[in-house]
Design a protein around this ligand. Structure first.
Ligand SMILES: *[C@@H]1O[C@H](CO)[C@@H](O)[C@H](O)[C@H]1NC(C)=O
Ligand SMILES: *[C@@H]1O[C@H](CO)[C@@H](O)[C@H](O)[C@H]1NC(C)=O
Length: 350
């Protein structure tokens, strides 16, 4: 459903229009991951709740850098490296976990909304293929990504990255190192369906799986941006790093460009990468993954609405790419930002 934009400038914060960012988790507001420490149950500030992690300093589990983002994600100035190490046990549980939760009172759990994120691992500290990883999941697991061997499955290892509904795989790919997987969950909380949008690298998102029925439910504070790894006897912990980029939730119409809202660079040509659908029925070990509480009376850290409408004039928005070898987009930055050289392949409006 599309809503015409009927809002005056002064009222724009109150308006719901196509492609409105409901919550922005793109790490643009954080100087470093230590800013996450500002958050507590009694001081709910910043874009994320930070409490599901091991006992070491935040930099053991979360780090931010421009090097950690999808280079095609011009809307993010940096990405996050989320780490599981030998200390990543939270709250006496047997699962290793490092997870961030949106800190917002926006209606991210109502109507039709799109949950965006991009994921990558490298050859260094890749997630084990021998253990089940639950990624970008909701408390009830009505939808999530999974990686590695699924608990209860035959065999010892599985290189797949999967998209699941109610724990059942709906789509999978061989999760090779160095490839960014861009995802949007198309969640219709009213209709009780979830669709899956996906692309790799800088390609625009395509609807890879049409909406399927799901027990959609969320209290608006139970989307886990991070990873939970199930234990498995005989498979010791190794350090694992997952890279995240372009995390945000929008309503209205879907932004398919990996560059994201608030950026004017295009998404390149559409490619329908082959997507094998590999349904897997696994008799899963059901482990409780409950978090302590997610109830909060909150002052919203309101994220500025970003327009996805490209105007006729060619001006790159803050954080957008504005230069680099092979770049064909706008090279003039919106005032007051200027185009800053980062490397031969990338300059950004800052
Ligand atoms: C976190 O707190 C520090 C120290 O008070 C402050 O400089 C920083 O801006 C805060 N970060 C955020 C995102 O509010
Ligand atoms: C997955 O990709 C890796 C790297 O290209 C390859 O070695 C491996 O055989 C592939 N596995 C499957 C199951 O396709």
């Amino acid at each position: 459903m599309r809503f015409p934009v009927l809002c005056g400038l002064a009222a724009h914060i109150l308006c719901v229009s196509a492609g409105t960012i409901l919550w922005d988790g793109r790490f643009n507001d954080l100087t470093s991951s230590t800013d996450l420490d500002n958050w507590s149950w009694s001081n709910e500030v910043g874009p994320y709740q930070y409490y599901i992690h091991g006992p070491s300093a935040v930099t053991a589990y979360v780090n931010l850098s421009p090097d950690y983002k999808n280079p095609a994600d011009a809307g993010s100035k940096q990405g996050a490296k989320i780490t599981l190490d030998s200390t990543s046990y939270w709250n006496g549980q047997t699962m290793r976990r490092t997870e961030l939760i949106p800190q917002t009172s926006a209606a991210i759990n109502q109507g039709k909304v799109y949950y965006h994120f991009s994921l990558m691992h490298t050859d260094v500290n890749p997630p084990a293929t021998t253990r089940e990883h639950q990624i970008a999941f909701f408390e009830s697991h009505f939808t999530e990504m999974k990686a590695g061997w699924l608990s209860g499955a035959a065999g010892v290892s599985d290189p797949a990255l999967r998209w699941c509904i109610g724990g059942q795989s709906q789509w999978s790919t061989n999760w090779t190192a160095g490839v960014w997987h861009n995802v949007a969950y198309e969640i219709d909380f009213s209709a009780g369906t979830v669709g899956f949008w996906h692309s790799t690298g800088g390609d625009p998102l395509v609807q890879t799986v049409a909406p399927v029925a799901a027990s959609t439910s969320s209290n608006g504070a139970d989307w886990h941006v991070g990873v939970l790894e199930l234990p498995r006897d005989g498979y010791p912990d190794s350090t694992e790093d997952l890279y995240w980029s372009g995390v945000y939730i929008e309503s209205g119409s879907l932004t398919t460009s990996v560059a994201g809202p608030g950026s004017s660079s295009g998404g390149g040509s559409s490619s329908s990468s082959s997507t094998s659908s590999t349904p897997v029925s696994s008799s899963e070990t059901t482990l409780s993954t409950s978090t302590i509480k997610a109830q909060s009376t909150t002052t919203t850290a309101s994220s500025a609405p970003a327009s996805t409408t490209s105007t006729g004039s060619c001006t790159a928005a803050r954080y957008a790419q504005c230069g680099g070898n092979g770049f064909t987009g706008c090279t003039t930055c919106a005032s007051p930002y200027t185009c800053k050289y980062s490397n031969d392949y990338y300059s950004q409006c800052l």
